[in-house]
Design a protein around this ligand. Sequence first.
Ligand code: ADP
Length: 400
Amino acid sequence: MRILVLNSGSSSIKYEVFEIDNWSVLASGLIEKIGGQGTYLVHKVHLDNSEYRFELELPGVDHRRGFAAIQEELAKEKRLNPAAIGHRVVHGGEAFSSPVRITPQVIDVIRELIPLAPLHNPSNLLGIEIAMESYSHVPQVAVFDTAFHQSMPAYASHYPLPLELYEEHHVRRYGFHGSSHSYVSRTAADYLGIPLDRFNCIILHLGNGASACAVKNGVSVDTSMGMTPLEGLVMGTRCGDIDPAITFYLERHAGLDVNEIDNMLNKESGLKGLCGTNDMRELIAAREKGEERAVLAFELYCYRLKKYIGGYLAALGRVDCLIFTGGIGENSMKVRESSCQGLERFGIAIDPEKNGQQRAGVREISLEGAEVKVLVVPTNEEAEIAIQTLAVLGDELEDR
Ligand code: ADP
């Protein structure tokens, strides 16, 4: 039985077809630059122990026509016919603390949440509406990036702002990357043989976007992203935590309006703002050549990671495991080494040799005997969406 996972973004549609018997990927693909120039569908089929790749130019395509092209490709092979569809939805607000089967009422609520995620929810919703029409007989599930963090206690989810802003405008911390944090925490608990409901960990999801998460007894109790994905760690182009008064200062003294400040904090800051590149590989290469801006960016990035590790150690008390994931977390031994340096007395010590080995799958990089296990766990948000989709539909799918 197959599950199709769809991630419909503002200018892209990504998809994967999972065989749930062994969680293998049977097909995957994407359309990028929707609404721009040079739009292609890249479709890959992984069947019969071989990979078949197909590219199709789709000039001037919109989401609807792009989705039709994907459906046409999937329909060419019976073994790719989905029994269910799982959709990534960025913001579930307070309405959704777990994945849900999509109904007209659910669609209405996702639409009501658009003000909280104006850049993401509209295209997520468009993908849902098109898929509900095109695969009208197939049950579909929405999996929210925010849902995993709905377990945060009020003292972690609120801002110290007038409470009316929460009551009237839903201003609070929601957190994101929930599918990744859920997937890697469960994978790490399994790997270490600790029951999830007794598992405490700190997760550093370090991709272009980055967030830390504190997991207590298997559930999120704090995370670094807030009402939007701008808060928290230093990211590729986002600033993370800054003094909010900087924004007033920029308006009053640098002549920037609110849209320019928004653009700068989201797209021109973080690693890019500090040293001109948001690509950690380029940054590390520049740092090794001694470029001062790259040295500063790397140090600042790792220093702030360390502060979050320290904060979450204090918040959790007992920590079984520290997890690195995402493109940087999985691949950069230097970031792992630097962000954990000096934490030995808190039970975190990395084995340099293990840290330097690049292997696929989950791997342990802590020193033998260290109190806190340090793991590298490759994330798989699409697999998590498929797993959650199956969990929601379970019995219903078995009857089909
Ligand atoms: P996204 O959030 O867009 O999914 P990824 O999780 O793919 O991003 O992470 C992208 C980041 O991972 C980039 O900064 C990239 O430079 C970094 N990265 C990938 N491979 C390596 C590597 N070998 N060493 C250091 N950084 C790496």
